[in-house]
Design a protein. Sequence first.
Lengths: 353, 522
Amino acid sequence: MRRAILYAAAIALVVVGCTQDKPTGVSPGAPEAVTITLLTHDSFDVTRAVLREFEDRSGITVDVVAAGDAGQLANRLILASGNPEGDVAFGVDNDQLADLFANDVFMSYASTFLADLAPDLVLDDQHRVTPVDHGEVCVNIDMRRYVGGTTLPSSLDDLADPSFRDGLVVENPATSTPGLAFLLATVAAYGDPGFEDYWRRLRDNGVTVVDGWEQAYFGEFSGAAGGEGTHPMVVSYATSPVAEVVYSDPPITVSPTRVLTDTCYRQVEFAGILRGTEHEAAAQQLVDFLLSRPFQEDIPLRMFVYPASTHARLPVVFRHNAAVVTDPYELPSADVAAHRADWVARWSDVMGQ
Amino acid sequence: MTRRARLAILALPVAFLLVFFVFPFASIVWEGLASDRSAIGRVLGEARIRDVIWFTLWQAAISTTLTLAVGLPIAYALSRFAFRGRAAVEALVLVPFVLPTVVVGMAFSGMRGSIVAILVAHVFFNIAVVVRVVGAAWATIDPELEDAAEELGASGWRRFTQVLLPLARPAIVSAATLVFLFTFTSFGIILLLGGAGQTTIEVEIFRRTSQQLDLSAAAVLALIQLVFVGVLLVADAVLASRRGVQLTPTGHAGRAPRTRGERAFGAVVVMGAIALVVLPLWRLVRRSFAGPAGITLANYLHIGEGRRGGVFEIAPGAAIWTSVRTAALAAAIALLIGGLVSIGVALGAKSRGIWAIVAVPLGVSAVTLGFGYVVAFDADPLDLRGSPWLVPLAQALVAMPFVVRIVAPALAAAHASLGESAAALGASPWQALRDATMPACTGAIRAAALFAFVVALGEFGATAFLARADHPTVPVAIARLLGQPGSASIGQASALAVILLVVTAGASLAIGRGRLGWSGRT
């Protein structure tokens, strides 16, 4: 027993001792080296070698920290506004911008790469945030269920058509990010209060509502390999068919699923320099790196979204399977911030959720 | 033992709770309410919130009742009867409790969206609490007491209702309180299995923060939850002070079933318990070996391959190592803090009041606490943001109540019988504690250490929030695998879940042994 107490005491000392030294990436031999923190969500990814190339070239060490899901990231940025947990944030989306700007989270920086970016993605003319990638939330369809000359649905209106009765699975906008995006698509398409009537039609046409994307895609959708679902349509992403190919086992080259490109809602992901950083110059270099071609071309297969730069070349599997969404539905961020809770509540009333 | 010495012993636990629980929780609630004073009225005025509170209460009440109904016969059979393989069954029944909720959710995903799924999962998850807490009480009752009742002509049923049930009432109330606490704050199971209208306060807090960026509403909800948990724990403490009979620990109490009725009852209950635990897990195991062309090992061999070469790579070996290391650290912290609390209890501090206080972290929202850490520890000397110590500290907070629960009664009982004799023979209080009481409790301490370890191993809520993405724990890695599309993901997530299952089952077997050692030695 005495030994157990000694162990406990030793461990306690180690605990106390270890909290003293801060984890840093600065090597003692390089005094000018700087370490900055990239704060992001847990869906972020980049090929190590691509990041290392930037670190070697710039002398900046990048500590990548995931702050939870995209919503938790935004909350943490707001809570720590002015005394940030990192230097650069990546992964806030267009629907969060109004809240983030209201809390004065970012500082302006007009990157030298701005000219390369698709102009319709640049949503802040003060450049507090800069678009890095975009992915659309769209209805996916299982093509194997529509063989032999059947007419395919294409628009939001078609989803409420009796010939596609009981076919669609959506996520609850109160609980799911793609679910919320799809609700916003219907608000953009039918207006307020027109969207309520559209959802009544969807409801009467037998739409299935589940809480999360995993449940919808793997549990209810028939197009997901390895899934258990029976419904031919699901609210997912424009790049989901690419993922079906990339993660297929045994390997396939063409996805059995496709995207209904007229049902999409735009999601743009931004990077921004956090107000209160002590490494503004290094932070600017990191933002430039996120917009540069090596990172932009690494984006598609790492995060399954489209690069914001018009100069980035897409991988072959993207060109064959990803949908080109030319005119997605969009809403101003300020409208979303002001009405989001109300729209979700009214959706819940209509759907009896 | 003087009051001052007790205070000295309790100083570190009190400081730990103040710094790592009260301070962050108060910070985030204050932050949420300060920015929007009208939030309380706004949130309480919502019909939806009243529905959420109502659902949270009734599903917890039904889950608790069902868990008691299923758990008491199992506790009875495992504590009163001696039979071959009993230790293995005891360990098996513990497995669900230490599984991460992500895995439990996957095991029941076939029944998703129905209230039955939630209730069954809650029973599956919490059965161990009843079996362990009530079984421990029954195991200490001398079989001769029952024999005496039998000689006086009491039937089996009458012996149960008039002897065993009253004697175990405090333990039953304790177990019910714990189960209610767990199901009242249920998060992962509801998130994975809940359908329309099936939302607990905890899940609503998560939705308000993550989906609507509404921290004020989340703060109000966290306070509402805290009030309910506080009322529950105070009621439990008051009830406890009225509990009469003090059980004196005896040697091992089991005896072989004697009548045909007893044998039949024992067989049915034990088989039922095994089926209840094994069947849901079997589904998970089967899925982990399923491939497009029949049974395969591919899922195990390719875990995390989709993210290879990236900064947030999921390497199963590394994830297991991170999990084990973090949980061991958390268990050490929990054992230190919980051990000190237990010593304080053994030396005469008001035990029920202390239990109510250390149990509060079990009842608050992990999401809220996670944000609390971000807000509270944002400046020197305690700028812990991004520190690898946050995860073990948060896990220790959740594991510590179990340490107190297991060690304090054993220590108190041993000190009452052995420690005081030692003191009477002239040993100083410290000597009595060190040389007489502690050695009698090594079994309980070991059991507590392992229990703390597996609770930390399976912890998901706070860990998912605080863990560094480049070093995920196994439950976090499972959740991340489930979040990416493609046929391989589900199989790989199942495979990783089965690996975790094996690790926790092994630890549970060790706990089962630890418990036998403990009850045999006091």
